[in-house]
Design a protein around this ligand. Structure first.
Ligand SMILES: Cc1cc2nc3c(=O)[nH]c(=O)nc-3n(C[C@H](O)[C@H](O)[C@H](O)COP(=O)(O)O)c2cc1C
Length: 185
């Protein structure tokens, strides 16, 4: 069974996108599709970026742990909110720490906003950054508009039937990418 890590990017007090991370964790586990854990950037509390792991003289345990989790995951779901048309500094801060660890990593992007457009601008700019890191961002995306009404604090979707249907398509594609990566084609 593949290991899919979910990066929860918002470190904001009262954050809503974390509820979507919880939803995907439940979805993967309850459907027995993958082993999974949430890599919660709020828990890591990385200082503002100064150096990449590769050139750090004394990397912290937290940086080493983050790098290990990214590298050892078969696939990654990144859940990002949209702030002023982009993805949050907390996420860029963490992405820039690593380089080789992202290479060829199958990644699905989930974008979130409280508005009607589901963080579509954050999604595009995040995809561009990940391409620069040579990650494999898959074409299937998962956008969440009006997140405040769509998920509760425990990650339950308000409209479970429709949300599960959309998640099934998204996760199926990610699993395909992971299998293709493992087949070394
Ligand atoms: C600094 C800031 C900027 C925002 N800019 C946008 C934006 O450009 N587009 C949008 O749809 N929502 C925007 N929002 C609303 C967010 O989509 C909303 O706060 C969402 O809940 C953020 O995710 P989070 O709660 O997990 O941090 C912004 C929110 C903040 C705090």
């Amino acid at each position: 069974m593949p290991q899919i890590s979910i990066i929860s990017s918002s470190i904001r007090k009262g954050r809503k996108s974390h509820n979507v991370s919880l939803y995907f964790q439940h979805y993967l586990l309850s459907n027995n599709l993958a082993t999974t854990e949430i890599i919660d950037l709020k828990e890591y509390g990385f200082p503002i970026f100064e150096d990449t792991l590769k050139t750090m003289l004394n990397p912290s345990e937290k940086v080493l742990e983050f790098a290990h989790k990214v590298k050892s995951s078969d696939g990654i779901i990144i859940v990002t909110p949209e702030y002023n048309g982009g993805y949050p500094a907390s996420l860029k801060n963490a992405i820039d720490l690593l380089y080789d660890e992202w290479r060829h990593k199958p990644i699905g992007i989930v974008s979130v906003s409280t508005g009607p457009f589901g963080g579509s601008q954050a999604l595009v700019s995040l995809q561009f950054t990940l391409w620069k890191m040579k990650a494999w961002t898959m074409p299937e995306m998962f956008s969440v508009p009006n997140v405040q009404n769509a998920y509760d604090e425990k990650g339950n979707a308000t409209d479970k039937t429709v949300t599960d249907k959309l998640a099934a398509v998204f996760i199926k594609e990610l699993l395909w990418c992971i299998a293709a990566d493992k087949a070394k084609i």
